[in-house]
Design a protein around this ligand. Structure first.
Ligand code: 13P
Ligand code: SF4
Length: 334
């Protein structure tokens, strides 16, 4: 079957949806992708926010931390990273001998873009003697200027593990504030970045959704604001949010405060449960346009044409790897 080659992607003029394909075309495309992956010795990794059909074709679906570690551990020599740029870059940094492909180079991250190497240099100069903890949602250049990285799955453990008392936390202010509340013994200065997808949500909106379902359990990502996290029964990384459902066997309904793509994995794992996005409106506000920029045709093209290979200059990669490896070595309950 000759499927059209995906055009250069303009997310505004041409939002991606694999659902334009008929079910039969999807089945055929998935088979083609799996055959190409075998032929190219490739593993397909997908973040929990990716389009459902992309999650379905992947070998592994997970959060930032899991995917970064999986990319390094798998035996395949090529990684097709269905996610955003900083994630593919981290995979390349951790597995420098592998070929890492990002199917759509436009897939960025507003939070990662909120801090540059120059702005971090300026900030460090203003706070001498502070250890820099950088959330993985950042460029390799920013990571290279940091003492250690963290993800939403290990941020408090990472901060607690450091010998330094004074910490600069970059770039997410909401995750930083949450870590500060969990690790009150440290002096933490927090950068002013945020993820607009999470930061737009207000506690009042979550309360409205919960008011209609008083028995529902609220599960939130720590990129949400403090007024949302105060209402949450569970606060964790995307993959841990899926697992958290199992801690509430009595509950049928879950209010989910993160990007709506996660509901696909939640429904697969917990078919009898009901999941409602915390803004009460799937796909309205808690929608990350970058995470929806990869579709099945792009995954196929990535494998067929080696698009788009991620490269990181050696000196930057060495610095970023040091910060990532230090993070990976931190025990979770430190
Ligand atoms: P996780 O690391 O929890 O998967 O989150 C990544 C992300 O981009 C959240 O917006
Ligand atoms: Fe970046 Fe926010 Fe999208 Fe996550 S949801 S990739 S932090 S813009």
């Amino acid at each position: 079957m000759n499927l059209p080659v995906s055009p250069i992607h303009d997310p505004v003029a041409n939002p991606v949806s694999g659902s334009d394909l008929s079910p039969a075309a999807v089945v055929e495309l998935v088979a083609e992708i799996r055959a190409l992956a075998r032929e190219q010795d490739a593993v397909i990794l997908a973040h929990n926010y990716q389009l459902p059909e992309v999650q379905q074709v992947a070998d592994h679906v997970g959060d930032s931390l899991q995917l970064a570690i999986t990319g390094r551990e798998v035996k395949q020599t090529t990684i097709v990273f269905c996610g955003v740029h900083f994630m593919a870059e981290s995979a390349k940094v951790l597995a420098p001998d592998k070929r890492v492909l990002l199917p759509n180079l436009s897939a960025g991250c507003s939070l990662a873009d909120s801090i540059t190497a120059e702005s971090l240099e300026d900030w460090k100069a203003r706070y001498p003697g502070h250890a820099v903890v950088t959330y993985v949602n950042s460029s390799a250049e920013v990571k290279a200027l940091s003492d250690i990285c963290c993800t939403s799955a290990n941020a408090a453990s990472v901060v607690r593990s450091l010998p330094q008392q004074k910490i600069l936390f970059t770039p997410d202010k909401n995750l930083g504030a949450w870590v500060k509340s969990k690790v009150p013994e440290k002096e933490i200065v927090i950068y002013d970045g945020c993820c607009p997808v999470h930061d737009v949500l207000r506690g009042a909106s979550v309360n409205k959704v919960k008011g209609e379902r008083p028995l529902a359990v609220v599960i939130a990502h720590p990129e949400c604001r403090a007024d949302v996290l105060e209402i949450a029964d569970e606060i964790c990384s995307t993959t841990a949010m899926i697992g958290a459902v199992g801690r509430h066997p009595e509950a049928r309904t879950f209010i989910v405060a993160t990007e709506h793509g996660i509901v696909h994995q939640m429904k697969q794992r917990w078919p009898g449960k009901e999941f409602i996005i915390a803004d009460g409106c799937i796909g309205c506000r808690m929608h990350c346009p970058y995470m929806k920029m990869v579709d099945l045709m792009m995954v196929r093209d990535a494998l067929q044409r080696g698009k788009h290979e991620i490269t990181v200059p050696a000196d930057v990669a060495d610095g970023a790897r040091r910060a990532l490896e230090r993070m990976i070595a931190v025990p979770r309950d430190a």
